[in-house]
Design a protein around this ligand. Structure first.
Ligand code: BGP
Length: 461
């Protein structure tokens, strides 16, 4: 084989509770911000499919895990829904949720598929959002309690834990750029949300350490978007560095190195944007250093110096420091509007090797969303050669990174099956398996057969 992966490499796919479970009004689940948003603004979402039904993993998990086994998965990434386990976010545990997650975990283990479990994938319980969500420090404690319950209930079998998925996304979407609930545009509040998320992460790590889970590891999952300057001109380099500080290092540095980059702190101080902190927080952040890191990689960030000076009297935004630009000749996923740049995955890994102690990492998401894939059906199955090309292009660079000593141990595709997406509902399809929205029937795509072979041979040509 031309691209042979190290023994024990993890092959699988990733999902999140809100996007696959459905059954939002069943099994004693409480509401989260997505249930609420979808119900209030159904027209915002394509084709009316919401988190209420989506891919119905809640009822079909057993069949799905069988399909995972069939395509050679040895790992599956899922998240626990906070509002299913503890409706309302605090207080009583919902026994039906405990049964559900026990059943899923036990079935995965019976099929020798290692569960990678995320505690929080964008899904704030609605009641806690009403109390201010991550702006409110008390929500941090509610989260730490929830995390502790998860470790207590499932820690005997789940060994790979992740506190947060892409914590920068709710900051960007909910508090800076208006694409997620609660649709606030305010940098000061965004900084507070980011900071409290990090504090919540560190508290969960503390609780995890205290729980003493045998063989357990804890991490965080970050969407790293390598920042590439338009040129080597100092102004472009400065712009690119600023974007990197705001969108990558704001979580990567505290999670892996135990402290915020001084440059970022200075920059926020200069604009009077430092968050409210409590005594002892610095030590707390330090104690939140992770064992493992999940990396989601979809696209790079292309950056140039600002063309126009920002209005100094306007409200502060990270974009005061840089402009995004479209690199001429770039390869695009036209459906999602994201650039495809396979080498980015290698650059991320080299950066982790050289500047972050070569921390043990996993690709926790990478994938390609495509509209109307039924165009590509032949013999009853979607011939998604574009997805195979996308995955193998990234794996080729990941392989190169491993050859050069990078400590990356696995690959999860986003996603196992087509599912509901925050902004696009069912429009962009990501799965190894297609899902018929009406009947919920799963059908393998060509990529499902392909990944089976890759997993079985532990590599490809
Ligand atoms: C990541 C999220 C996933 C998933 C994916 C695809 O940012 O962690 O939850 O949705 O992106 O993006 P989208 O669904 O917006 O096309």
């Amino acid at each position: 084989l031309q691209y042979k992966f190290p023994k024990g490499f993890w092959w699988g796919s990733a999902t999140s509770a809100t996007q696959i479970e459905g059954a939002a009004d069943e099994g004693g689940k409480g509401r989260n911000i997505w249930d609420q948003w979808h119900e209030n603004e159904p027209n915002r979402f394509f084709d009316g499919v919401g988190p209420a039904s989506t891919s119905d993993f809640y009822h079909l998990y057993k069949e799905d895990i069988g399909l995972m086994k069939e395509i050679g998965h040895n790992t599956f990434r899922l998240s626990i829904s906070w509002s299913r386990l503890i409706p309302g976010g605090r207080g009583e545990i919902n026994p039906e949720a405990v049964d559900f997650y026990n059943n899923v975990i036990n079935e995965l283990i019976a099929q020798e598929i290692e569960p990678f479990v995320t505690l929080y994938h964008f899904d704030m319980p609605f009641e806690l959002q009403e109390e201010g969500g991550w702006e409110n420090r008390e929500v941090v404690e509610a989260y730490a309690k929830y995390a502790g319950e998860c470790f207590r209930l499932f820690g005997d079998r789940v060994k790979k834990w992740f506190t947060f998925n892409e914590p920068i996304v709710p900051v960007e979407g909910g508090y800076l750029y208006d694409f997620h609930y609660p649709n606030v545009v305010d940098a000061r509040r965004a900084v507070q949300v980011a900071y409290h998320t990090m504090i919540a992460h560190a508290r969960a790590v503390d609780v995890f350490r205290a729980a003493g889970i045998e063989g357990g590891q804890i991490g965080i999952i970050l969407n790293l978007t390598p920042s590439y300057p338009r040129s080597q001109h100092p102004a472009d380099l400065k712009a690119s560095n600023a974007a990197d500080l705001f969108f990558n290092r704001s979580f990567l540095d505290p999670a892996v190195l135990g402290e915020y980059p001084e440059e970022l702190v200075e920059l926020l101080r200069e604009h009077g944007q430092l968050p409210h902190a409590e005594k002892g927080d610095q030590e707390l952040v330090k104690s939140g250093i992770v064992d493992i890191l999940g990396v989601n990689y979809y696209q790079p960030r292309r950056v140039k110096a600002k063309e126009h000076l920002p209005n100094p009297y306007g409200p502060f935004m990270p974009d005061w420091y840089f402009d995004n630009y479209e690199m001429p000749g770039r390869k695009m996923n036209p459906y999602r509007g994201w650039e495809i740049y396979e080498k980015g995955i290698y650059d991320i890994m080299i950066n982790l090797r050289d500047n972050y102690g070569n921390i043990q990492s996993y690709i926790a998401e990478n994938g390609m969303g495509v509209e109307d894939e039924s165009r590509f059906i032949e013999n009853g199955e979607i011939q998604d050669d574009y997805r195979i090309e996308f995955i193998s292009g990234h794996l080729t660079w990941l392989h190169q990174a491993i050859e050069e000593g990078c400590n990356v141990k696995g690959y999860h595709l986003w996603s196992f099956m087509d599912n509901w997406s925050w902004m696009n509902a069912y429009k962009n399809r990501y799965g190894f398996f297609s899902v018929d929205i009406e009947t919920k029937k799963r059908t393998p795509k060509k990529s499902a057969h392909w990944i089976k072979e890759v997993a079985e041979q532990n590599g490809f040509n």
